[in-house]
Write a new protein. Structure first.
Length: 401
């Protein structure tokens, strides 16, 4: 047992995967409520990496693996973006030999190693009785594994792409959409001044919500998404028509990083894959920009249309959370504590049709959450489609029910 003072019980919390605004408010909400209910809270650092690298030795310096959380610590970080616990894309069930912690390399020396037994021993060593992972479907998929191994897990969904199954909303999505709209509107002035196409590449590996919502809100004329391989000739024609109708002589398209040309494949920045088998995306915006410029004379009386090409990237995931990403994490943290106080685990806290709820954590591994193309995306106009907003949830197209 580590030197952690045990009170009513010990709760562990971690943040994994990409950072988003709203993580620190979620950590704060869990900690404040848990402390007031008589629990001790341990922050596991760097996602699953901290607990994987911990040394079960009272004399070891494990400060890089965990810290005991206090009101002072979480209050200081609670209104800021990012995660003060840090994060990583570690997958303890699939650890390459070179990434095995030094003190475990004699035991685990295969090319690929499952360090789950060490995770379980380390959680027991710290006395953690409930574990709250905050992450996307990759981080939480290992949370499902922990639950299946007997760990009491209550998960909180987080991802800019808003693609965790089972919930209408994931922490970070609203700030991403808000920033996308703001930055698109800022770049309009340059696009209009130079009478150009404006191409903005946004996050979205498999789901196009981060392109769809800003476009529906009026930030862009068109968007292309991972769920529907697009015809670049059609996109060029539509953008040329949009530009011709616009008194300022420009048009805008949002391009999901996972979008593909019809008959093509995803565009990767590099071949190396992360622990979850994902290669880093990047470059579809560049390719779309080049093709638009090349094809534009056919749809503009023989004259080429130049392009402003911008990848928004980390600009939409850095900085402070917006209002929704300050409120929802607070609610999710308290929902997690409600479940723990009622001795319920194996659940994912969610928003469904505007109501807070919880669902079985296994939904993360059993389904995929993507844009329903037939219901919400007009493939002939390459933009969002809707018939009526009556009785739709807040984010319109993000509900699975």
């Amino acid at each position: 047992m580590a030197h952690v003072q045990k009170t009513k019980g010990i709760i562990g919390i971690l943040t994994g995967g990409g950072d988003v605004p709203g993580l620190n408010p979620a950590i704060r909400a869990v900690t404040i409520r848990a402390l007031r209910e008589g629990y001790t809270v341990i922050g596991l650092r760097r996602g699953w990496a901290g607990i994987m690298e911990l040394k079960r030795d009272p004399k070891a310096d494990n400060s890089s693996s965990y810290q005991v959380l206090t009101e002072e610590v979480v209050n200081r970080a609670g209104r800021t973006g990012g995660t003060f616990l840090h994060t990583s894309r570690t997958r303890p069930s699939h650890v390459r030999r070179e990434n095995v912690p030094p003190h475990l390399q004699d035991t685990y020396n295969d090319e690929l190693n499952d360090l789950t037994p060490e995770i379980l021993k380390n959680l027991e060593y710290l006395g953690i009785e409930y574990l709250i992972p905050i992450g996307g479907d990759d981080t939480l998929s290992y949370g499902v594994r922990m639950y299946q191994e007997g760990v009491r897990v209550v998960a909180i969904p987080k991802t800019m792409d808003n693609d965790v199954p089972g919930t209408d909303y994931c922490i970070g999505f609203s700030t991403c959409v808000t920033r996308t709209i703001q930055m698109t509107n800022s770049l309009r002035t340059s696009a209009g001044s130079h009478e150009r196409f404006l191409v903005l590449e946004v996050f979205g590996r498999y789901a196009g919500f981060t392109a769809m919502l800003p476009t529906m809100a009026g930030a862009a004329h068109r968007c292309v998404i991972p769920e529907y391989p697009f015809d670049v000739e059609l996109l060029t024609q539509l953008l040329a028509e949009d530009r011709a109708k616009n008194p300022s002589r420009y048009s805008v398209v949002l391009v999901s990083e996972g979008a593909t040309f019809a008959g093509g494949e995803m565009v990767f920045k590099e071949a190396e894959k992360d622990a979850y088998g994902h290669a880093k995306l990047g470059g579809i915006g560049d390719m779309v920009s080049a093709k638009l410029k090349e094809l534009s004379p056919k749809h503009n009386n023989g004259k080429q249309i130049n392009v402003i090409n911008q990848k928004l990237g980390y600009l939409v995931r850095g900085g402070d959370p917006d209002a929704i990403d300050s409120i929802v994490p607070m609610a999710y943290g308290n929902l997690a504590l409600d479940l723990i106080l009622n001795k319920i685990h194996g659940r994912l806290v969610v928003l469904k049709n505007g109501r807070y709820d919880n669902v079985p954590i296994t939904v993360i591994s059993n389904t995929k959450k993507v844009v329903k193309v037939k219901e919400f995306y007009n493939t002939e106009r390459l933009r969002p489609f809707y018939k009526s907003f009556e009785m739709k949830p807040l984010m319109i197209m993000t509900s699975e029910g």
